[in-house]
Design a protein around this ligand. Structure first.
Ligand code: 26W
Length: 813
């Protein structure tokens, strides 16, 4: 098929033509949304050509492909990135300019797909970019949530959640593939029969939900590959059960519909905290069953029915345990539908499944009650039981008599299904997302599996796509880099290290500083639009942006700001280089302490603003509704990156990488990928503080930590904590955030006091912050650090991550 041409003039014609045909409007009459739609659908035309070619080529080559299963894909807006990956920003910019449209005017018209909570989902989105750019055949699979992560409003000092109705005006980038619809079955009962001398099991009296795929293109940068992100929508099979309806039983008539209509309705706003909700289990099974059915159909079309070939042609990547039911589902399909025996099916399944763990927080580990699983998915439960029986038999041979140990490793134990054990025992690869996290899952979390199958464990450090997170969001810096070292870095990010010598070039440093300053102005325009605010661009931007969680320790940051405020108020001689502490963070709806931390930060902000002297050097900005677009606006303007989790808790972190790439210097603990950032840039270009992961582990084991001592001995801590509850912050309700105070000193709800060592690490954190204030005043020194960070960020591109996954795990092409 010949590719159509897309020159500037074609683009202009196309935009005008679409406005006319779709909306019956001239360019002048069109609304900003209509203009957006016309530009985006012009890009889409261009993508379609490539998409078809790409699919045909894969079909011909018949190679192996990866299905990346993830319950979240935090995509962010696509228009500009698609233009970038098509190498078409220039003709589009010219065309738009001549039509008197600016990117800025139409960009914000694009609804933002926020189909994820945080790191897990954003990583999946970055992976799609690098998979396509490395020309690897891959399909992403997720749920097409009608409502993405809630929109956050800040109102009267607290977070308010509003629904995210992102599909309201449709989605230009998706194509409904009704022809690829599959059925997913829930509930019912299993009946056994004998066929050709073999036991055969099938599900009867089940409830049917139809899964309709909506495909979105995932483009490679500057190549011909377009992969697919398949998002599944649930719908009911019949519009109504007519017989029940005509009998007047309206509830029964719509029963099937209820489940169907809620499965793809809304993304759970939980991040690192698991609750055993039935609907969530249904979502998980819906995603894997639909995807696996379509994968097997595709396999047969390309390679026939010899399923022994499956592991050479297909790999399923399970991201965190949410898609873990892919394992028993593949068993079910191979046995019940394709007629294979158990042993053969299991051998194939074990060779097709790879698993990445993304968190070790105990409260995030999924365990489903057996009875719930049995009721919702009877056949799947049966398979899990048999799988568990065989596993325990093997474990018994290895650890005879060690009941506790075996129970700890089992899939089924104490009436619960342990999803992590399912993944670890049945996948050929168990991956951690940073070197430290890889060590922790192998030696602590899954210690006994680390002993029995050490070679299955790998650690491949996460990354971020430098095309979205540098080229697209920071075009000025990208241009400066290319002008200095050429453009090889766009596909070989390690080449960014060619920038290192430019640290010593005063003119380059000046340019770098100028761009940072310009990016602060750009951010201010964004902020005005979002929440009608401005920050002083002369201030240092100190940035902590990530989901709100106790282990991420936004509270440590806030407490330090509080102490700085007191220093300013107490000591008329105290000064510091002006800094704005910027937060962006959503708290899960039911996470009370997290919401109290937001209240505390907002109250501090009010307190500071009330003092003319304090606000000259200290400000707090809380960016409302933290999402991908906000990140794209703020990160290029950031000076300091706060990565201050309790060591051992943050599996990797990826915000740390985005900020580093854009020349922010990190203040951080030796946690997750911070360890590797520190190794890359060296001690002079990062501010490390706090306990190490080993020290944290030792403290937990000893159980002797007594934060009250810090309260007693450190007057600054005592003063700030006391003000938390004495009416200074909340005159109308002094007890508002009492739980935070109480939690730090005495523990709450049975937990240890200060479980995340905020007070223990406070001293070294405050010292590191003082060093930063000192160093920042020497702008040459600071700029050298900033440039070093950008120059050495190439390792943290997902291009490297994906290359490693392919080499060690997927082995595609
Ligand atoms: C069931 C509740 C639940 C929901 C989401 C449990 C766990 C999750 C995610 C796995 C949490 C998550 O996003 N983890 C983050 O994954 C990133 C990508 O690997 C890492 O960089 C972050 O450190 C990790 O917190």
């Amino acid at each position: 098929m010949p590719k159509r041409e897309f020159t500037k003039d074609h683009i202009k014609q196309s935009i005008i033509g679409k406005l006319q045909r779709y909306y019956g409007k001239t360019l002048q009459e069109a609304t900003p949304y209509q203009r957006y739609y016309a530009v985006a659908s012009t890009l889409r035309d261009q993508i379609m050509d490539k998409w078809i070619i790409s699919r045909e080529r894969d079909q011909q080559l018949g190679g192996k492909r990866v299905y990346y299963l993830c319950i979240e894909f935090l995509l962010g807006r696509a228009m500009y990135n698609n233009a970038l990956n098509l190498l078409a920003t220039q003709p589009y910019t010219q065309a738009l300019t001549e039509l008197e449209i600016s990117w800025q005017d139409i960009m914000y018209e694009e609804p933002e797909p926020g189909l994820g909570n945080g790191g897990l989902g954003r990583l999946a989105a970055c992976f799609m970019d690098s998979l396509a750019t490395l020309d690897l055949p891959a399909m992403g699979a997720t749920i097409r949530y009608e409502y993405g992560l809630f929109r956050q409003k800040l109102s009267q000092g607290q977070q308010v959640e509003l629904p995210d109705d992102w599909l309201q005006n449709g989605n230009v980038w998706e194509i409904a593939r009704v022809e690829d619809l599959v059925e997913v079955h829930f509930e019912g009962r299993v009946v056994q029969s004998v066929k050709d001398g073999r036991d055969v099991y099938s599900l009867v009296d089940y409830r049917t939900v139809e899964a309709v795929p909506y495909d979105m293109p995932a483009l490679g940068y500057g190549n011909d590959r377009v992969n697919t992100l398949r998002t599944w929508r649930a719908r009911s099979k019949q519009s109504l059960d007519l017989s029940a309806f005509s009998n007047g039983d309206y509830v029964a008539a719509s029963k099937e519909q209820d489940l169907a209509n809620v499965i793809s309705k809304v993304l759970y706003p939980e991040d690192n905290h698991y609750e055993g909700k039935t609907l969530r289990l249904c979502q998980h099974y819906f995603l894997v069953s639909a995807t696996l059915q379509c994968a097997l159909k595709d396999f047969e079309a390309r390679h026939g029915k010899d399923y022994r070939l499956l592991p050479d042609k297909v790999v399923f990547h399970i991201n965190d345990t949410h898609p873990a039911l892919a394992i028993p589902e593949l068993m079910r399909l191979l046995m019940d539908e394709k007629g294979l025996g158990w042993d053969e099916a299991q051998a194939i399944t074990n060779r097709c499944m790879a698993y990445t763990n993304h968190t070790i927080m105990a409260e995030a580990l999924e365990r489903w009650p057996k009875e719930l699983m049995r009721r919702q998915l009877p056949r799947i439960y049966m398979i899990l039981e048999e799988m568990n029986r065989r596993l325990c038999e093997k474990l018994w041979d290895r650890f005879p008599g060690q009941w506790d140990r075996i129970a700890h490793m089992a899939i089924l134990a104490y009436d619960m299904v342990h999803m992590a054990n399912l993944c670890v025992s049945q996948s050929f690869c168990i991956n951690g997302v940073s070197q430290l996290h890889g060590d922790i899952i192998k030696n602590e979390t899954f210690h006994d599996y680390g002993i029995t199958t050490p070679r299955k464990f790998t650690a491949i450090t996460n990354g971020v796509t430098h095309r979205r997170w540098l080229m697209a969001c920071n075009p000025r810096l990208a241009e400066l880099i290319t002008a200095s070292i050429g453009d090889a870095w766009t596909t070989q990010p390690e080449r960014l290290s060619d920038l290192l010598p430019f640290r010593d070039d005063a003119a380059f440093r000046e340019q770098f500083a100028l761009i940072k300053r310009q990016n602060k102005d750009v951010f201010n325009r964004f902020l005005t639009r979002r929440q009608d605010m401005q920050v002083d661009p002369a201030f240092m931007f100190d940035v902590q942006v990530k989901r709100l969680h106790e282990y991420k320790r936004q509270l440590l940051n806030a407490l330090h700001i509080h102490v700085l405020y007191n220093r300013i108020m107490d000591d008329p001689g105290f000064t510091m280089p002006p800094r704005v502490f910027i937060f962006g963070a959503k708290a899960s709806r039911g996470y009370h302490k997290a919401k109290m931390i937001i209240r505390y930060i907002l109250a501090l902000s009010r307190l500071i603003d009330a003092s003319p002297r304090a606000r000259k050097m200290l400000r707090i900005l809380f960016v409302e509704n933290w999402n991908v677009s906000a990140a794209e606006a703020l990160i290029p303007a950031s000076d300091l990156s706060e990565q201050i989790s309790t060591a051992g808790k943050e599996a990797s972190g990826t915000g740390n990488m985005k900020l580093m790439m854009n020349g922010a210097v990190t203040i951080g603990t030796l946690d997750g990928a911070n360890v590797e950032i520190a190794q890359a840039v060296g001690p002079d270009n990062i501010y490390l503080f706090g306990m190490t992961a080993e020290e944290v582990s030792a403290k937990y084991r000893e159980g002797t930590y007594a934060p009250i001592h810090f309260f007693e001995r450190n007057t600054e801590i005592r003063r700030a904590l006391s003000q938390m509850i004495d009416g200074t912050l909340f005159p109308d309700n002094p007890a508002m955030v009492q739980i935070l105070y109480h939690d730090l000193l005495f523990g709450s709800g049975g937990s240890n006091p200060d479980n995340y060592f905020v007070l223990k690490d406070f001293g070294s954190y405050a010292q590191a912050q003082a060093d930063i204030s000192r160093d920042y005043q020497d702008q040459d020194l600071w700029l050298r650090k900033a440039i070093t960070n950008t120059a050495l960020s190439g390792f943290f591109s997902t291009d490297r991550t994906i290359a490693q996954y392919n080499e060690l795990v997927w082995k595609l092409k």
